[in-house]
Write a protein that binds this ligand. Sequence first.
Ligand SMILES: [Zn+2]
Length: 259
Amino acid sequence: MLIDAHAHLDKYEGDLNEALQQIRTHYVFTIAVAMDVPSYKRSLEIGDECDLVLPTFGIHPRRAPEYVDRLSELSTLIEQSPAIGEVGLDFHWVKDSSQYPAQLKVLEYFLAAAREQNKMVNLHTKGAERKILDLLEHYQIQRAIVHWYSGPMDILRALVQFGAYFTVGVEVSYSETIRAIAREIPDHRLLTETDNPGGLKWLKGALGMPKDIEGVVDAIADVRKSSSEMVARMVHANFLQLIENDPWLKATRALLSRS
Ligand SMILES: [Zn+2]
């Protein structure tokens, strides 16, 4: 089974059936992260259609200003969600620094809940890698997936030291920086993602589809002088390791252990 640890299935609209078909036929376990409340509700409906899809609730840093003054309204959804994501900080694409305090406040609300409820988190760290590391340490988040990391190598190593896992995605086929990062991540912390459907669209103007995860695995194998088979096995084992004692993901563990 392949692992897509970060995708936005709620954004597929008319292509959703084709996407779910590919998830089933290519056997891609997929974490469907949310951007905001409507996005999570849509992901829940999609999760009902396919047991390979795990919907998780988060507020994306770009949506943080809309939610910062009504965080208590989110607590029920956070409690219901088996993991947290997408959450994080974006000090790179979001140029308006007056939004950063809202991003921080929302992220800290989720991290405190993740800590309290012992949940895995799926993180966006763009341009704020150091701050994310500080917050993970502060909130003692032991199970973190850092999505599409593109920051400095010293912070990458510090995050590895801390215990974080990293998803490498479609950009590994297009960027030397990402290829260097894909080489640097230790064997036992490597995961894969597509950030579908937008990831490939952002890079190539083409709609990202679930089977693109196979190209990601191939490209990682190339970078790490390994085989696609080995990388796929390693990622699968790593994901199982990450959720090993997760009280919320017993069903996921059973599903992945069968494959
Ligand atoms: Zn994302």
